[in-house]
Design a protein around this ligand. Structure first.
Ligand code: ADP
Length: 190
């Protein structure tokens, strides 16, 4: 049996988004990426976008209560009832607790957490390359280094949080997209 309520963890540039997209399509469940949702809110100029913008441009985390609200609404939607691939949420222990709580309210829970592991220098190189291709405003070297620091300080502790719950699998994130994808699919099997 393949897990269908999945969280992808890993540093910026580890390839969560790429893997989440194809995996979600394959499993027929939505990819829930708070970074994408926040960027859409910024582009649309909504109240949430206005609150999130400055944090995102500095590579800081958007306040928990804003992100938790966004995630809660998305997870409660009809299309997420049979599963989801979470990508970029939770990113703090407070968010992880809020996620546990909201899934409990929905009568469900996470089945698997996969952390994609990539060496920091490779990540910075990948993100600088992405900056040239996509022109994302938070993909400059200073902001990238800041996002790495924020990941180490705020998000890395979640690895232990989920390890203690027996949900964690660690997957090497270097190599081709296909190779990483194959390892990831294996990690979703019981
Ligand atoms: P990356 O993984 O490459 O850093 P994302 O698209 O996941 O990119 O996130 C971009 C930015 O959006 C983050 O740097 C942060 O400012 C904000 N963001 C996304 N998800 C969260 C979250 N769960 N909590 C707080 N901020 C978030």
């Amino acid at each position: 049996m393949k897990a269908r309520r999945v969280l992808l963890l890993g540093p910026p540039g580890a390839g969560k988004g790429t893997q989440a997209r194809t995996l979600a399509a394959e499993l027929g469940v939505p990819q829930i990426a708070t970074g994408d949702m926040l960027r859409e809110a910024v582009a649309a100029g909504t109240e949430i976008g206005v609150r999130a913008r400055a944090f995102m441009e500095r590579g800081e985390l958007v306040p928990d209560e804003v992100v938790v609200g966004v995630a809660r609404e998305r997870l409660a939607a009809e299309d997420a009832r049979e599963g989801f691939i979470l990508d970029g949420f939770p990113r703090t222990t407070a968010q992880a607790r809020a996620l546990d709580e909201m899934l409990r309210e929905l009568g469900t829970g996470l089945e698997r957490v996969v952390v994609l592991e990539v060496d920091e220098e490779e990540l910075v190189q990948r993100l600088l390359r992405r900056a040239e291709i996509e022109g994302r405003s938070d993909d400059n070297e200073e902001t990238i280094r800041n996002r790495m620091r924020v990941y180490r300080e705020e998000t890395q502790p979640l690895i232990d949080y989920y390890r203690q719950r027996g949900l964690l699998r660690e997957v090497p994130g270097s190599g081709s997209v296909e190779d990483v994808g194959a390892r990831l699919r294996e990690a979703l099997c019981a």
